[in-house]
Write a protein that binds this ligand. Structure first.
Ligand code: GLP
Length: 265
């Protein structure tokens, strides 16, 4: 796993945008529509802003992109402003011109959420491997909505949120914890591991402990993000604050400084 420690959140946004751009414009150009995996939450927002800028000012094209979301709340009606489908439309996909028909997410408004989970897993499989999957990390070490205790081999399924996660996300619901749904649909940890390149971004001191546990702690379902240690191509992009509890910080900086010219992300 490559840990990229950078001075500011804006620097993190640049590197994450570079990783997405690499998936869209790989050396020989992508042969088929590029499949990218998008995350919601505040962590990837600066990267999204940078991708929008590159689209507008540098002509970065998303025309052949299929986008898949990590997770979704259960029970919010379609079109609810805090449903992740709406959030991603607002924050990225409309602005870079991805046709809404090519933006996929688990259907949290389906009458049968269990069936919706299975259907989404199948849809992801049929679309082929996700070239690059963006991830944030929760204060308790979750990725997607895989809360502590999630099976390391899990597939897309219904999960029940911890009270901590509901409290953390209440800020998106006007501070009203009761308005945050209890249940969610999320890609499983095993589902996430099928993507070709995983890019986790975290900024701010509140993420320092979960980042350290995920990167340098033991592989354990108690810290779902530690499952990234099993994947062959992971980039963890953190600012100084989020990386402040990493014991090997000096080594990560040294590696970055001595990166070979064509090593890429
Ligand atoms: C949310 C999302 C995750 C996100 C994480 C961190 O609940 N389901 O996909 O990565 O928690 O959120 P934030 O980036 O806002 O800190």
């Amino acid at each position: 796993m490559e840990v990229v420690l950078l001075p500011t959140p804006a620097d993190c946004g640049q590197v994450v945008a570079d990783a997405v751009q690499a998936a869209l414009t790989g050396a020989a150009g992508p042969p088929a529509p590029a499949v990218i995996g998008l995350a919601t939450g505040s962590s990837p927002l600066l990267a999204y802003r940078e991708l929008v800028r590159r689209h507008r000012e540098e002509g970065l094209s998303f025309a052949a992109v299929e986008a898949f979301l990590l997770d979704e709340y259960v029970g919010l009606p379609a079109g609810h402003p805090e449903s992740y489908r709406e959030v991603i439309r607002r924050e990225l996909t409309d602005a870079v011109g991805i046709d809404p028909a090519r933006v996929h997410g688990p259907d949290g408004s389906a009458p049968d959420p269990l069936a919706a989970a299975t259907a989404y897993e199948e849809r992801l499989r049929a679309a082929g491997p996700v070239a690059v999957q963006l991830l944030g990390i929760g204060a308790n070490g979750h990725i997607g909505f895989n809360e502590p205790g999630s099976s390391l081999g899990s597939r897309t399924r219904v999960k029940t949120l911890t009270e901590q996660t509901r409290a953390d996300n209440a800020r998106f619901f006007g501070g009203d914890v009761d308005a945050v749904p209890r249940h969610v649909l999320t890609q499983g940890l095993g589902t996430i591991l099928r993507a070709e390149h995983l890019v986790l971004v975290a900024t701010g001191a509140a993420k320092a402990a979960p980042v350290a546990a995920a990167v340098e702690g033991p592989l354990t379902a108690s810290v779902p993000a530690s499952v990234l240690q099993l994947h062959p191509h992971v980039t963890v992009v953190v600012d100084e604050a989020a990386g402040s509890r990493l014991e090997r910080a000096g080594h990560y900086r040294y590696v970055l400084e001595h990166k070979l010219a064509d090593q890429g992300w």
